[in-house]
Design a binder for this molecule. Sequence first.
Ligand code: PGA
Length: 258
Amino acid sequence: MEVIVQETAPEMSKAAARVVAHVLNCKPNAVLGLATGSTPLGLYKELVRLHVEENLDFSQVTTFNLDEYVGLTQKDPQSYHYFMHENLFRHVNISKSNIYIPSGTTDNYAAFCQWYEQRIIDCGGIDLQVLGIGSDGHIAFNEPSSSLGSRTRIKTLAKQTIDDNARFFSAPEQVPVYAITMGVGTILEARKIMLLANGESKALAIAQAVEGPVTSMITASALQLHRDCLCILDREAASRLKMLDYYTWIQAKMPNAP
Ligand code: PGA
């Protein structure tokens, strides 16, 4: 895994945006895998700026989101549909028909999950998958003990995730208990993966994911098996990495790194 450490979260977001922009400049019809949560907010803000000020073009881009809460409609302000439209899609020139987000309201989840997996394949596979990490080490909603070969499916949220995400809801009881999520196996099929994390609350999960053993108890650790995974952190999220000096030294040797 390639680890890039930036001093601050805004710098992390800008570095991540440069990676996305590079992918889109090389392949204008790229397929992006997108994440929600507070971590990628700065990335989306910077992508919007690049679109407005530097003509970064999304007209041929296709996107697949990682997950959605079960039971929330697309118009629900807490839904990931709403989040993506508010924070990215409505500000850039992406075609609505190229946006895919798991449905939180289908009446046949098994069929929907199979269709979602097939759509990713039919669109040529994901070129760049953006990921955040949960404080319990999850990627998407692949909670501890999820199979590292898992595919898109319904997942029961862990207590820690419900507690972490309660800040977005009026009360902890409002946080849905189930989510529909891409699996770890689905994520690992992306051609390139970019894991983002900022803040001290992510430092332990990042240390476990990057330097700990590969284990389904920290599903982000499965990214160690991916041949092209870039991890962009701010200083606080990187603070518990044992090999921090090594990553910083490598970074200093690569002036063109993001
Ligand atoms: P956060 O969530 O970006 O809101 O911290 C990340 C995640 O749970 O994957």
